[in-house]
Design a protein. Structure first.
Length: 366
């Protein structure tokens, strides 16, 4: 114990939800509907498979390091984001890029402010670096007390503010106007906007990086692009920030397989958009239908590929959760925050997939 970094000795781990999907045969896995981690529920563009088939035939790919600078990825990201190449860098996951960001800009004892409840991994990353993490929480209905949030920033004077937008787990989104106002007001504070679910909301701060040098936007290929297993993400920021963080980025950690997969999905944006459109339409239908079930108290309006469902009480939630699990449908049980104790987070898939989920939740209530 004495050899462990003192900031890690009492660090609360990020709790990964366990599930059966990796414990069963490939045949049985076909019957499982995994809706607990907000991954895509369909495979990525066929162009990914085509590119990987060619790659595995290249014997060099197995014993040589991958390309450390894939200009095609940067060019395609530039086209997709409509931003210059100098404002973008790709990483082996958005989690990874956030770890590099903390390593580059945060020192021991720095205060960090997280708008919560939210994805917990950034808290872990920050505390492991020796930062002091503070929270400002949404109201119980996931509306934001904007004045209170501003006052908290003034009082804490954080080195960095982390905002997942849309919020995970509510799917709520903070207006671009408010974000621009606080980023402009607090020019000595870094604002990290996690846009993991950007494709499903259509709202972004990305173009503002050319105006605000204290703005960082992180994105992932794990959700809309269906590349969760490849661990790929990218950072958007002022070109000076990109240059600085690239100094410590391990460019060998982005495998050739991940690079080819990313090029594949970026060369077929129409495929991704068709899936996103179906998820959005299905999300609205599913939300409306769930709200008619008697023991469901509230279905939160979402701008992501998931919805937050609040039941009348804890027992009602557990009945639904267990019934779904018994029928090989896995959703996220939210227990890490008092305001979420009666809630489930459900990833939205295709219409046919969600019709199955709705039928099961309705049966559980009967």
């Amino acid at each position: 114990m004495k050899f462990i970094n003192k900031y890690l000795r009492n660090l609360a781990p990020y709790k990964v939800a366990s599930h059966k999907v990796w414990e069963v045969s490939d045949e049985k896995r076909k019957s499982i509907l995994k809706l607990d981690w907000n991954e895509s529920t369909i495979p990525p563009s066929p162009k990914v498979k085509d590119r990987l088939k060619k790659l595995v035939e290249n014997e060099n790919v197995y014993f040589l390091y991958p390309s450390t600078h894939n200009n095609e990825i940067l060019q395609r990201l530039s086209m997709y984001t409509k931003l210059p190449l100098d404002n973008i860098q790709y990483f082996a996951s958005s989690d990874s890029l956030q770890e590099y960001l903390v390593r580059m800009y945060i020192t021991v004892g720095d205060p960090i402010l997280i708008l919560g409840p939210t994805y917990d991994n950034f808290r872990l990353t920050s505390q492991a670096q020796g930062a002091v993490v503070h929270y400002f929480n949404y109201n119980s209905d996931f509306t934001l007390n904007e004045e209170g949030f501003i006052k908290t920033i003034e009082n804490i004077n954080p080195s960095l503010v982390y905002i997942c937008n849309p919020n995970n787990p509510s799917g709520n989104i903070i207006s671009k106007t408010f974000l621009k106002n606080i980023i402009h007001k607090f020019t000595d504070v870094i604002f990290l906007i996690d846009e993991a679910y950007y494709e499903f909301s259509g709202e972004t701060m990305a173009e503002e990086v050319v105006i605000f040098p204290n703005l960082f936007v992180s994105r992932t290929f794990s959700k809309a692009f269906a590349l969760a297993n490849f661990r790929a993400g990218y950072l958007i920021s002022d070109f000076t920030n990109i240059q600085q963080i690239s100094k410590i980025r391990n460019s060998k950690n982005f495998t050739s397989f991940a690079q080819e997969a990313v090029i594949g999905v970026l060369s077929d944006i129409d495929y991704m958009q068709a899936y996103v459109d179906e998820v959005i339409h299905t999300r609205e239908w599913f939300s409306d239908e769930l709200s008619k079930i008697s023991n469901i108290k509230k279905v939160y309006k979402s701008k992501a590929n998931f919805i937050l469902v609040e039941f009348d009480d804890f027992d009602s939630k557990m009945i639904a959760l267990n019934y779904l699990s018994e029928n090989n449908v896995f959703v996220r049980n939210l227990v890490h925050s008092e305001i979420l104790i009666n809630s489930l987070r459900i990833t939205i898939g295709t219409r046919s997939q969600m019709e199955r989920v709705f039928a099961l939740i309705k049966e559980a209530n009967e």
